[in-house]
Design a protein around this ligand. Structure first.
Ligand SMILES: NC(=O)C1=CN([C@@H]2O[C@H](COP(=O)(O)OP(=O)(O)OC[C@H]3O[C@@H](n4cnc5c(N)ncnc54)[C@H](OP(=O)(O)O)[C@@H]3O)[C@@H](O)[C@H]2O)C=CC1
Ligand SMILES: N[C@@H](CC=O)C(=O)O
Ligand code: NA
Length: 818
């Protein structure tokens, strides 16, 4: 035997009722023994309440409103019952509306709407929907009977939420169902007192009806047909990656529903749970979908948690004072006072110091709670034993729920770690000793970010998103976008990672779109939809969007952008950049960025600041962390100069080789930075700082290679002209070196706290002699690599290698965020 319950949207229109009828027919064809419970047509209960209130206030417009409700029912009759059977149904429906009209007339005369009358008015919703559907079934030749639940479910006289008398009810249900073999179509939600006065069953009322009947009849299962695909891992309106939970235990379902998961209201299913009846949550609008099975023990759990739910708006009340320590009875008085005033407490937390107790409540009760508690503890407050009552608003609660927590360690660690990495402050926390639920109170503005981030780490077989905000879409930024485009499929399939481009900017236009800018459409989209660039506005908007797992990627060479790094890191947003400006500013600035990132638990990554994609910064950081000491660094750190000295020969002009280096993407946006040694100086400065030498830029000695006329060139074009003018000077440098069998190398060194950048000639024995293309080479002499230095060598400039270094930094943030 099965009980099927169809909710308001399932019976909301002729179309959906058609589906309901076919679900019922399929069951009957399979020979299933079923009973069916119906809610009122979607929205009707609320309309009836509104109409009742209008009538009570003397507003006669209620008559028109009632007509609209009547017409909705007539439309279903017209649409689904053949003409032959229509008139009797019309008459029955009209009869009920006449009766309701009379009641409302009474309400409008006496201008009073008691809970008792409201229950009676609301009862028409289920009576009408069930009557109409019963008639539709009968018109199709099905032996269906209308069952007014008021005859079988009896409650006390608590209107709005009757307390069921199970002894009488169970007996009546058994007796009633034994009398007939017809398909019983039962009105959900409504009941009556022993004297026959109409009552209702409160929140989740129709689910409750199905549960009461299912339990009394010892049904094999109860099917709750609703308008979503069962219970989901999180609210799909807030977490796009949420998915259906195939199997969940009663206890888990109960916890999730307590924290706002609205699909079913498990407390109302208590009678069925007590009889161990399986409950299935199914979707009328997706009939083939398996839905969710709610059972005593859930099957085959894949994840440590089962679901995440939240309450959007709560208030946190804190009561504290030194006089509370070790004093028995404070919490007893506190919660008794609240309970005496019907204030329900959602979460409680007390540290073992007993110095304070905090609890959360519905914000609409906050002021009342303050007054009650100030009165209750007035004596303690007067003598300073209790400091007072403080209330914090604009907070939300998130609860992670799952029986799996009992068996796996690290669940709370994972929860707090993902919140921390996303800069989400936890205001209060509570875990029941049943280990079924861990709840955290956070700022309401972080709710969406927190839900998505938590969902991402706990349900890792679902694709996680990293939100990228890329400023600078020139050579490196553009290449990075191209690489992301090419890797999209691989990352999704192999790494379950979605790199969501949430923002882009160049000097002219910027575009932010939290839903993502496809990497093959960015050029058109930034042109068509972009607005005038404003870095402050870009950063501000990014912070406001508050997306989880956000990363700011600076692919500019902008000198002023560093001020925003602080703001971003401070807002717990990681920063990745090939731009060397931030790390080569003042030492205090460099330190401040490192510290902010550390304090905020986010990453500031800049591997490509030195040697482009070559693993230089990471190598140093690894050696430093493991306690090695750097004695000497010797390096060729300019891809541009390396290329120039590797390609410059008797048949080419120096300026043309520089042009080639620029065309190959090796130079800085302004090649004077490379040729003047400024770029190399920045790099050795950064390396010095990384190995613990606190140098300032002015302390780097740069031995100039450029003659004065080139140095003074005030534009890139005139710089090239001056290099042409000085071609014999550059040729001379080369010829002198060659005459000695040597090569020109622009070498940076750091030893004994001193950094030097200079052009040198090296012979064939020197390890830097055999370089080609844009190669960089870095030789580290450390306490551990003393006799034979650690050498890293390879292309140290160029769009592809640099963009892939930036990409690798982004991926390392993705791993860090988990
Ligand atoms: N080339 C290489 O091998 C390496 C380069 N780097 C570094 O990479 C960075 C980028 O270099 P590259 O791609 O060659 O430079 P490009 O000049 O090609 O691109 C710079 C981009 O940044 C944009 N931009 C500049 N300032 C701003 C601003 N204030 N707001 C918004 N957008 C801005 C530019 O916009 P617009 O298009 O409107 O001008 C352009 O899109 C540099 O810092 C460089 O030092 C690091 C390692 C290696
Ligand atoms: N312009 C730089 C690029 C890498 O930082 C170089 O030539 O090395
Ligand atoms: Na590097």
């Amino acid at each position: 035997m099965k009980v099927l319950k169809f909710g308001g949207t399932s019976v909301g229109s002729a179309d959906s009722i058609r589906t309901v009828i076919s679900i019922i027919e399929n069951n009957l064809e399979r020979g299933e023994h079923i009973a069916v419970v119906f809610s009122a047509m979607g929205g009707v209960t609320n309309k009836l309440i509104e109409i009742g209130k209008m009538a009570a206030s003397g507003n006669t417009e209620y008559i028109e409103f009632l007509k609209v409700v009547e017409e909705r029912h007539f439309a279903v009759v017209r649409g689904l019952i053949n003409v032959k059977h229509q008139s009797s149904t019309f008459a029955a429906v009209r009869g009920l509306f006449n009766e309701l009209g009379d009641i409302l007339k009474g309400v409008s005369w006496i201008r009073e709407l008691s809970d008792r009358t409201l229950d009676l008015i609301m009862s028409f919703g289920e009576r009408l929907s069930t009557l109409v559907i019963t008639e539709i079934l009968r018109s199709k030749g099905i032996n269906a009977e209308f069952c007014d639940a008021r005859q079988i479910i009896h409650t006390n006289a608590t209107y709005g939420m009757g307390d069921v008398n199970f002894e009488v009810t169970n007996h009546q249900i058994l007796e009633y169902f034994a009398k007939s073999t017809a398909l019983q179509c039962v009105t959900g939600f409504i009941a009556s007192t022993a004297e026959g006065i109409t009552t209702t069953l409160g929140r989740g009322g129709s689910d409750y009806t199905a549960s009461i009947i299912g339990a009394a009849l010892e049904a094999d299962s109860i099917e709750i047909w609703t308008d979503v695909d069962g219970m989901m891992t999180a609210d799909p309106r807030k977490v796009a990656n949420a998915f259906t939970i195939p199997s969940i235990s009663y206890a888990e379902a109960m916890e999730l529903s307590h924290f706002g998961a609205k699909v079913i209201y498990p407390p109302s299913l208590q009678p069925a749970f007590a009889k161990n009846i399986t409950l299935k949550v199914l979707n009328t609008f997706n009939v083939d979908f398996e839905g969710t099975y709610v059972q005593k023990a859930a099957n085959g759990k894949e994840y440590a948690i089962t679901g995440i739910s939240s309450i959007d708006e709560i208030a946190l009340v804190n009561i504290q004072g030194s006089g509370m320590i070790g004093v028995a009875g404070i919490s007893g008085r506190l919660f008794t006072a609240l309970s005496n005033n019907s204030i329900s407490v959602i979460l409680i937390s007390q540290a073992s110091s007993e110095h304070s107790i905090c609890f959360s409540i519905d914000p609409k009760n906050a002021q009342k709670a303050r007054e009650i508690l100030e009165k209750e503890f007035s004596a303690e407050i007067a003598i300073g034993h209790i400091d007072g009552i403080s209330i914090e608003k604009n907070l939300s609660i998130i609860a992670i729920v799952g029986e799996g927590m009992k068996k796996s360690t690290g669940v709370s660690g994972k929860l707090f770690s993902v919140l921390g990495k996303n800069g989400i402050n936890v205001v209060a926390t509570a875990q029941g000793s049943s280990e079924l639920n861990i709840s955290v109170v956070i700022s309401k503005s972080d709710l969406s970010k927190a839900l998505n981030a938590i969902h991402g780490v706990f349900f890792q077989s679902e694709t996680r998103s990293l939100n990228l905000f890329i400023v600078g879409v020139g050579l490196i930024g553009g290449t990075l976008l191209e690489q992301i485009r090419n890797q999209t499929g691989y990352l999704r399939e192999e790494k379950l990672l979605n790199l969501n481009i949430a923002g882009l900017s160049n000097t002219k236009k910027m575009l932010l779109d939290p839903d993502g800018i496809k990497p093959d459409q960015w050029r058109d989209r930034i042109n068509d939809e972009g607005v005038k660039t404003s870095l402050p506005a870009f950063v501000q908007r990014m912070i406001e969007l508050n997306l989880p797992n956000s990363v700011f990627v600076d692919c500019t060479s902008d000198k002023d952008i560093v001020q925003y790094y602080h703001m971003l890191l401070d807002a717990s947003i990681s920063v990745v950049t090939p731009n060397k400006v931030a790390n080569s500013g003042s030492y205090s600035e460099y330190l401040a960025l490192q510290r902010t990132a550390l304090q905020r638990g986010v990453k500031f990554l800049y591997e490509t600041n030195v040697g482009a994609g070559l693993p230089i910064i990471n190598t140093i950081q690894g050696l430093m962390a493991s306690g090695d000491k750097f004695l000497k660094i010797e390096a060729i750190l300019s891809g541009t100069l390396s290329y120039i000295f590797n390609s410059f020969g008797p048949s080419v002009r120096f300026a043309d080789v520089v042009r080639e280096a620029k065309a190959k993407g090796f130079t800085e946006p302004d090649p004077r930075e490379d040729l003047s040694g400024a770029d190399v100086a920045r790099k050795i400065l950064i390396l010095a700082r990384e190995v613990g030498v606190p140098l300032e830029a002015e302390e780097i000695t740069i031995a100039q290679i450029l003659p004065d006329n080139c140095l003074k060139a005030n534009s890139v074009d005139s710089f090239f002209e001056e290099m042409e003018v000085s071609d014999s000077f550059f040729a001379g440098l080369r010829e002198n070196a060659e005459a000695e069998g040597k090569k020109l190398r622009y070498i940076a060194s750091l030893e004994n706290g001193k950094a030097l950048v200079q052009l040198q000639t090296v012979d064939a024995q020197h390890p830097f002699y055999t370089l080609s293309g844009s190669d960089n080479i870095i030789s580290f002499t450390t306490e551990r690599y003393k006799d034979r230095p650690l050498v890293i060598k390879g292309p140290g400039a160029g769009a592809e290698v640099t963009a892939s270094g930036v990409f690798a930094d982004i991926m390392s943030i993705s791993s860090y965020l988990g």
